[in-house]
Design a binder for this molecule. Structure first.
Ligand code: AP5
Length: 216
């Protein structure tokens, strides 16, 4: 099963993808998590990506496609994957289509999480993320705090605010989302329908979202 999770920064793509991963037993591929892992390692790719990420700009399509192709080729993706935060531009969506054909994979569903901008800003400014690159569990100081303040429930690493969570950078990320990523909804809406396309109110509780996705 191959699912694309669309939605603005803070809509809950990472949170919902982590639930679906447990539900369907397929991996979550978050391009944001892959890039943050590379930044933390200090690799050449990470250094290049960091120049874009720290101001909220999108990382160039060729870098992203290289990461996604390498990740989808790993054995655990044989039964499919959840693509969290990818594609984010029309050229990425075109390149994904070609890649899936090449790999003999089929897209099953595109899920769009919708939420008003003030809710997105509130969620992003109150989110905390596990600093361990191989965990990156998502918390929220109001709705999902870790059991012990500042410590990840899963791996015990520090739980911190991301570098791209200042108000200025968040506003830039939301603008880029509106200009560059939102048009993907029309893009997938126009495709001959071999997969399901659903829009879900991301302002609901995580349990409600889970129920709606099961029905869809
Ligand atoms: P990325 O890491 O993908 O960030 P994003 O898309 O901006 O999305 P976020 O991770 O900020 O939010 P989310 O929707 O996953 O929400 P979450 O579940 O955490 O990308 C970061 C950067 O990397 C980009 O800016 C770009 O530079 C680069 N990049 C990545 N992919 C790229 C690509 N394909 N092309 C080019 N560049 C790329 O939830 C947010 C908070 O809300 C959490 O605290 C959570 O606990 C809470 N929450 C979530 N859902 C609920 C709910 N239903 N009720 C209550 N609280 C909730």
């Amino acid at each position: 099963m191959l699912i694309i999770m669309l939605g603005a920064p803070g809509a809950g793509k990472g949170t919902v993808s982590a639930i679906l991963t447990r539900e369907f037993g397929i991996p979550q591929i978050s391009t944001g998590d892959i890039l943050r892992g590379e930044v933390k390692k200090g690799s050449d790719l990470g250094k290049k990506a960091d120049e874009y990420m720290k101001t909220g700009k999108l990382v160039p399509d060729d870098i992203i496609m290289g990461c996604v192709e390498a990740r989808l080729a790993i054995d655990d993706c044989k039964g499919g994957a959840i693509l969290d935060g990818f594609p984010r531009t029309i050229p990425q969506a075109d390149a994904l289509k070609a890649l899936l054909t090449k790999m003999g994979l089929k897209l099953d569903a595109v899920v769009n999480l919708e939420a008003p901008e003030e809710l997105l800003i509130r969620r992003l400014t109150s989110r905390r993320t596990c600093a361990n690159p191989s965990c990156q569990a998502i918390y929220n100081i109001y709705t999902r705090p870790p059991k012990n303040e500042g410590v990840c429930d899963i791996c015990g690493s520090p739980v911190l605010q991301r570098d791209d969570e200042t108000e200025e950078v968040i506003k830039n990320r939301l603008k880029i989302y509106r200009d560059t990523t939102l048009p993907l909804l029309d893009y997938y809406g126009r495709e001959p329908v071999f997969f399901s396309l659903s829009c879900i109110d991301a302002g609901e509780t995580v349990d409600e979202i889970k129920k709606k996705m099961k029905k869809g």
